[in-house]
Design a protein around this ligand. Structure first.
Ligand code: ADP
Ligand code: MG
Length: 389
């Protein structure tokens, strides 16, 4: 997606160059010197990065360049001072208004809007996005077979195999550095495997690109939160529904897909309501505490309508009450037929939640079984408390 956007931007720049040459009948390097680059940068920063209106406002401000009118009134040597004044303005802007003029304006309107309590996405209702048919309870959803991952000399995951069946919550536990996150990265194809197979539904997914795996119905969250902090909660969650849409980049870019866009936003709002953040849809994701950002990632994963939900330490950084709410949400998902694979350190939380546990230690699978059996297992106790032999 980024590559397509980059190419599109380059295309526009090329078009502008062509128009410029057409107008002047002559092209020399001098209009494209360092100063021009600085001006473009200034336009973007002054207007507000990442906002359409920001680009327009910034370009208007810089091109109009009020300094050329104002400075001569103040001093004789206006030409020399212009660069200094520009620099000073730039510094002030970066210091006091990182988001540029539009950022300031937005913050101001949000504050007023927030006071009036309009922080939901309330467009007229549209047909919901189609749902995937979930596999029947008990059929095999995921099967990991002899997974190996080597980082140079370090074997982070060593010949691990396990299965996950539809409608189960399976916990993956083990001490720090046991290889749990690496295992998750292997089975979601975030990292390539050194050896082994992963079967998801009816597909061999090892080596598949991540986006294709996501499209099959495998959604995940990350141990280190990966959100877009400068986008709203609603937009962050809407990103998750990307794989369920049909309009391509051209149709979406020209805004010919309003119905689908509304469907996505409605779905995003539904997922936000589900995790209890529905009334904060238009706040920025970066303004949330870290624990809540994790929960937001779950909503984004749910927006993809997953068959299997893979969660890496979702309860880390949550308070007791929030943890209980998360537990309730996950149980409700299980009732709906979603399969869940979870890494979590809070033993109390995991033991009460999961149907089955897989324990890893030093990259290998140590034990597999129901929570009570795992809790009683001596090898597991030794792994957690240090060897007592
Ligand atoms: P866990 O999630 O169980 O705490 P990880 O899967 O994050 O453990 O890490 C397992 C081991 O692999 C650790 O020793 C870690 O240092 C190592 N490791 C993880 N990712 C990388 C990487 N990208 N490069 C090198 N070593 C890594
Ligand atoms: Mg980890």
């Amino acid at each position: 997606m980024r590559l397509s956007l980059f190419v599109t931007a380059a295309l526009f720049a090329g078009l502008a160059g062509w128009l410029y040459a057409h107008m002047n009948r002559f092209v020399s390097p001098s209009p494209f010197d360092v100063r021009a680059s600085i001006e473009y940068l200034l336009m973007a920063v002054a207007g507000g990065l990442g906002q359409l209106a920001g680009a327009l406002v910034g370009a208007a401000l810089v091109l109009k360049n009020g300094l050329q009118d104002v400075l001569p009134m103040l001093t004789q040597r206006a030409g020399q001072l212009e660069a200094v004044a520009f620099a000073a303005l730039f510094i002030l802007l970066l210091h006091f208004a990182r988001g540029g003029v539009m950022g300031l304006l937005r913050r101001w309107t949000r504050r007023r809007g927030g006071a009036q309590g309009v922080s939901r996405h309330d467009a007229p209702p549209v047909d919901p996005l189609p749902h995937r048919k979930l596999p029947t309870r008990g059929t095999q959803v995921l099967s990991v077979n002899g997974a190996v991952k080597r980082f140079g000399g370090l074997v982070a995951v060593n010949d691990v195999s396990f299965d996950v069946k539809a409608g189960e919550i399976v916990g993956l536990i083990g001490p720090n550095g046991a290889g749990k996150s690496t295992m998750f990265n292997l089975l979601t194809c975030t990292l390539p495997m050194s050896a082994g197979q992963v079967r998801f539904l009816d597909h061999d997914i090892a080596g598949m690109p991540q986006r294709q795996v996501a499209r099959l119905g495998l959604a995940r969250t990350f141990q280190h939160v990966k959100l877009r902090p400068h986008m709203s909660l609603l937009d962050n969650v809407a990103l998750g529904a990307h794989s369920r849409t049909r309009s391509g980049i051209l149709k979406a870019g020209l805004r010919l897909d309003r119905t689908e866009e509304n469907q996505i936003l409605q779905e995003a709002q539904r997922q936000l309501d589900r995790i209890g953040l529905g009334d904060r849809a238009h706040e920025l994701a970066g303004s949330l505490p870290l624990g809540t950002q994790r929960i937001l990632e779950i909503a984004r994963a749910l927006a993809a309508d997953p068959v299997l939900l893979v969660l890496d330490e979702p309860a880390a950084g949550l308070r007791r009450k929030e943890k209980m709410a998360l537990g309730d949400l996950l149980r409700k998902l299980r009732e709906e037929g979603v399969t869940i694979l979870i890494v979590e350190h809070d033993m109390d939380f995991v033991m009460k939640l999961v149907d089955r546990l897989v324990v890893m230690n030093f990259g290998s699978k140590l034990v597999e079984g129901v929570p009570s059996a795992v809790r009683a297992d001596e090898r597991v106790q030794a792994a957690y408390l240090g060897s007592v032999v």
